[in-house]
Design a protein around this ligand. Structure first.
Ligand code: FAD
Length: 484
């Protein structure tokens, strides 16, 4: 390959220039690099990106394109269609002799990428793939018998034992030679991907987030060190700024887990490596290992997003009830903490983890609706919608996942609300109908005296009775268990 023959860098879940191993390797090749993004809605089938993700992707690509050009790269080339065919078109146009990418771990992406790699290699085109999305390849963490882990704690222990091998973060890539673009037709541009919705429902998301590598770094800088130092104590209280909100940035690869891991580890060491700060910060690092665990599970059970990991749940008698599901989605269940969570999701594209667990438990247990209904709604509305984490979260809460919360453990939304949002600050933020309710009654407003209830007359009554619905769920569980 001559030094002038270009190589393609294919951006996927790694929309950043810093700590991007495949981009750094492409640049180090000494050849001009063609930066490409392909919107492939065909390969993922039912897991093509949802609405909130598409909004984020549009913004993130704009930010990436600006950053690429500022760093001296050719502008981002955007294409839409089956990835293999689109890559072939650019190869034919430009004579590129190599394709570089960082690996993705969705089962559909692994199947697609393996086929693309074989096809390109058979035609003499160099293909190089790298690890960037995860700190550990999902197949590299093995138990003593060489198998996969099913329980988080030993998995986490195995990761921590190997944490010395987490590669240091790389500096931002800069082009050796700029690709002149003469041979390349223009592509369709970021607007041509049609990611932005026609109806402007994304105002709340735009106010909340700054997609892109710089937005990710700013969010992380704001969280480190104070947020990290209080993480364990504050992470469960949705009204507080107790969590990092890095999930969409991590999902789109605007920041890498390696960058976060090393920066936090550095601060822990600088503060003496032990004591309260270390305990708080280690609880934060542990969350990154949950993310690795989701992908470990997904790799070993590719049907994880659709099928219960615990096969005992295959014939579980989930109800079909479109009207009730709709009330849950819209935040009109009559349970304030549930409705606040569902409205936070709708308005901002994100929901606090504690509240994800409460609304999830309510859906699958009190409403007895299928966890996949919840998973699908999250997929469409979360800006951090992520195949591995979403499936793992839903299977955990439904009790059918590996190392899941037992099905018979039913969260009581009123007690959870009193414990984690005692003053009702989070509820009032998203449920304006309850603005006037005193703290002591805001968790169960139907218990308020009539005069106070009239201040919340637009707020619906509870859609189910907690005791009866809990009993119904436990009965369904006992029956399905004995039938299995
Ligand atoms: C029903 C349900 C569905 C979920 N769906 C998703 C999803 O689609 N995408 C997603 O990224 N997370 C999902 N989660 C996990 C978790 O709720 C979010 O990662 C977290 O709320 C993101 O907020 P944060 O960035 O402030 O997290 P922090 O608490 O600051 O944690 C830092 C990072 O660790 C990772 N992390 C934290 N908690 C978990 C977890 N339980 N499992 C896996 N990784 C974790 C995330 O990447 C997160 O950004 C889901 C959880 C549940 C219960």
């Amino acid at each position: 390959m001559s030094a002038k023959t270009p190589v393609i860098f294919w951006f996927r879940s790694d929309l950043r220039l810093s700590d991007n191993p495949a981009l750094s390797a492409a640049v180090q090749r000494g050849a001009p690099v063609i930066p490409v993004y392909i919107l492939d809605d065909q390969s993922p089938a039912q897991w093509k990106r949802g609405g909130a993700s598409r909004w984020w992707l549009h913004q993130s690509l704009l930010s990436l394109d600006a950053r690429l050009q500022k760093s001296g790269f050719h502008p981002l080339v955007c294409l839409s269609g089956a990835a293999g065919a689109e890559l072939d078109k650019i190869i034919a146009e430009t004579g590129a002799r190599g394709v570089y990418w960082n690996r993705c771990y969705e089962p559909w992406a692994m199947t697609r990428d393996t086929a693309i790699k074989e096809n390109l290699k058979s035609r003499g085109i160099e293909v190089q793939s790298f690890s960037a999305y995860l700190m550990f390849e999902p197949w590299s963490i093995q138990n003593k018998t060489g198998g996969s882990y099913k329980v988080f704690t030993p998995f986490s222990k195995a990761c921590l034992e190997q944490s010395g091998a987490i590669r240091p973060a790389l500096a931002a890539a800069k082009p050796a030679i700029r690709f002149d673009g003469k041979s390349l037709s223009k592509g369709i541009g970021i607007d041509g991907l049609n990611l932005m919705p026609r109806i402007k429902w994304y105002g709340g998301m735009a106010a909340e987030w700054t997609p892109g590598e710089q937005g990710a770094q700013a969010r992380f800088d704001a969280f480190l060190p104070d947020g990290v130092g209080l993480y364990k104590a504050e992470r469960d209280f949705p009204a507080k700024d107790g969590v990092s909100k890095l999930s969409p940035h991590l999902h789109f690869g605007e920041i890498s887990p390696h960058q976060i891991w090393h920066a936090v580890s550095h601060v822990i060491a600088a503060k003496g490596g032990a004591g309260n700060f270390a305990a708080q910060a280690q609880a934060f690092l542990r969350q990154l290992i949950w993310r690795e665990f989701s992908y470990h599970l997904l790799y070993h059970a590719p049907d994880f997003p659709d099928q219960p990991w615990n096969k005992q749940f295959t014939r579980f008698p989930w109800r079909k009830d479109a009207e009730t599901l709709e009330k849950w989605k819209r935040g009109k269940t009559g349970y304030p903490i549930i409705d606040a969570g569902m409205r936070q999701l709708w308005q901002t594209g994100w929901m606090h983890n504690r509240v994800r667990m409460i609304v999830g438990s309510f859906l699958v247990k009190n409403l007895l609706l299928d966890w996949r209904d919840g998973e699908e709604w999250f997929w469409d509305t979360l800006v951090d919608a992520d195949l591995g984490n979403n499936a793992a979260g839903w299977q955990w809460i439904a009790g059918c996942g590996a190392d899941a919360a037992p099905y018979f453990r039913v969260f009581n939304p009123i007690l959870q609300s009193k414990k984690f949002d005692a003053a009702g600050t989070y509820i009032r933020r998203y449920v304006p109908e309850l603005q006037e309710m005193p703290d002591s009654l805001i968790h169960a407003p139907w218990e308020a005296p009539p005069m106070l209830r009239s201040s919340a007359k637009d707020y619906p009554p509870p859609i189910v009775d907690l005791t009866q619905s809990r009993d119904r769920a436990l009965k369904a569980y006992a029956e399905s268990k004995s039938a299995a």
